[in-house]
Design a binder for this molecule. Structure first.
Ligand SMILES: Nc1ncnc2c1ncn2[C@@H]1O[C@H](COP(=O)(O)OP(=O)(O)O)[C@@H](O)[C@H]1O
Ligand SMILES: O=P(O)(O)O[C@H]1O[C@H](CO)[C@@H](O[C@H]2O[C@H](CO)[C@@H](O)[C@H](O)[C@H]2O)[C@H](O)[C@H]1O
Length: 464
């Protein structure tokens, strides 16, 4: 088990980094592969316990090969005796193309396996384009989950941190299928499971298969390169604003809409801030100003709907058919109930504005050791402001934002940056300065420019 815990702790997709963790147990699910075939592949559920007694479940999609297989299957996570298999090396199946080919065969066959209280069901949707012969291609861009390309046709994403019930990404892709405004990949299938651990019964989705988007260039990489080179990105930013508007309209038509009392919203943001300050002490310097900002949304009554929830440039792909949007799972650090909750559209708009600022912060950091005062930083901030303006123009159809919308947007930008500080402390400490500096800019005293995404000149900042 210690090899598996190390594997989990090191993985990019593990959300519990920086916390005391214990591997409470590993629950094997039924085999996805027929008896006697190699590699043998099955999902296993690792229960991770934290010092505050919370427990998270992570999927390990594992492949088993006879021990001493000389490198086949990628890194060996452990070597052990498994009933029915003998002495075997254990691998991460998402790093083992032959194992993923076996998963694909199970999907195409619509394999269903039941063993006692545990079951696995592979589902496909009518019109899917999956065939046994698609060659799995390991995909390096691992983030919260693990993705593998299937030929030129599809992509399978194995979910890592499991949540009970229907996975949000599957739910949204399913609902938006065929809606031209959605700009999402078509859903081809998924794998769902049920199992028992102790006296508790669990049901969760383990993987999703979607259409592979072609000539897909990652929005974050495009924007970062443009900012680094000082290339104009406003046409792309404008088009992305138009695209997000369409996605929001489609989501509003396919999921319930409503309203949230401003008081609830403001208090939720304050609660998130207080939890974040406990984890990232650096936030204490801006706490009071942020509390005041969140209090200002209390008199409002924002409309709500299903939103993307964690919208940033890394969730956008520029394809031959324009912008496409991926990963509708919401913020990985929120609970499933929080993520399913209708929210204001401004959450997504704010997410993208933060992303332009991240591109500027990242480009400036690469160009100069001084992330604030250098010419590179000033140029990068000018680039981000131009993108912000173009994106907002595209999103709003060239209409100026009302005072209420501007305030909401500002609060969501702050809320997102607070979230990012915690995300970076846990995952990429060297990046934490980017959201922290954004928050410092945001809370400048009255009279200074506080509009979302605005970047005061470095001289102004030194005056404070
Ligand atoms: N349908 C798709 N076609 C091609 N590439 C995709 C597709 N969906 C996602 N990707 C690529 O996979 C990467 C990870 O996808 P994402 O859904 O963001 O995963 P995660 O849940 O791990 O954050 C993206 O950055 C993108 O480059
Ligand atoms: O894509 P995920 O759902 O895993 O999102 C998480 O990781 C993101 C980083 O990959 C993180 O995004 C932050 O960094 C981005 C640059 O790498 C930047 O474009 C985003 O604006 C910024 O929020 C995201 O917050 C986190 O949930």
């Amino acid at each position: 088990m210690s090899g598996l815990l190390e594997h989990i702790r090191r993985a990019r997709w593990f959300g519990g980094k920086g916390r005391e963790t214990e591997l409470l147990g590993v629950e094997p699910l039924p085999w996805l592969t027929p008896a006697g075939s190699w590699p043998a592949v099955r999902p296993e559920i690792a229960e991770i316990g934290y010092e505050d007694d919370t427990v998270e479940q992570y999927q390990l999609l594992l492949s088993y090969r006879p021990a001493g297989g000389q490198g086949a299957g990628g890194d060996v996570l452990a070597t052990e005796e498994v009933p029915g298999l003998g002495r075997v090396d254990v691998h991460d199946a998402t790093r083992d193309p032959e194992a993923m080919a076996a998963v694909l065969r199970a999907l195409v066959a619509g394999r269903t396996v039941e063993e006692g209280a545990a079951s696995l069901r592979c589902r496909t949707v009518p019109g899917h384009r999956l065939t046994d012969d698609l060659a799995p291609r390991l995909f390096g861009g691992e983030q919260s989950n693990s993705s593998v390309m299937l030929g030129e046709v599809a992509m399978i994403k194995a979910f890592r941190r499991l949540e009970p019930g229907r996975n949000l990404d599957i739910e949204v892709h399913h609902a938006l299928a065929g809606d031209p405004r959605a700009r999402a990949a078509r859903l081809y299938g998924w794998i769902e499971a049920e199992w028992q651990s102790g006296s508790r019964h669990h049901a969760a989705d383990l993987a999703m298969v979607v259409e592979q988007l072609h000539q897909a260039r990652d929005g974050w990489e495009l924007a970062l390169a443009a900012c680094t080179e000082g290339t104009d990105f406003t046409a792309e930013a404008h088009a992305l604003g138009v695209a997000l508007r369409g996605v929001h309209e489609a989501l509003a038509d396919h999921f319930p809409t409503g309203e949230v009392p401003g008081q609830t919203l403001g208090q939720t943001m304050v609660r998130r801030l207080h939890a974040a300050v406990r984890e990232a002490g650096e936030l204490a310097d801006v706490r009071e100003e942020l509390e005041a900002l969140f209090a200002r949304v209390e008199p409002l009554r924002p409309t709500t709907q299903r939103v993307h929830g964690d919208f940033h440039l890394g969730q956008t792909l520029l394809t031959s058919e324009g912008w496409k949007i991926i990963d509708f799972e919401g913020e990985p650090m929120k609970t499933m109930d929080e993520r399913r909750e209708p929210d204001s559209r401004w959450r997504d708009v704010a997410g993208l504005l933060r992303s332009f600022d991240y591109a500027a912060g990242s480009a400036a950091a690469a160009a100069s050791a001084d992330p604030v005062g250098s010419a590179a930083a000033t140029a990068a901030q000018g680039w981000a402001q131009a993108c912000t303006d173009a994106f907002l123009t595209g999103y709003s159809g060239d209409r100026p934002l009302s005072a209420e919308d501007s305030l909401l947007l500002q609060a969501y930008v702050a809320d997102k940056a607070v979230y990012e500080v915690v995300y970076e402390v846990r995952n990429r400490p060297a990046w934490v300065g980017i959201p922290l500096r954004a928050l410092e800019r945001l809370v400048v005293p009255d009279g200074d420019d506080q509009s979302p995404g605005s970047h005061p000149a470095p001289d102004d900042r030194e005056d404070r």
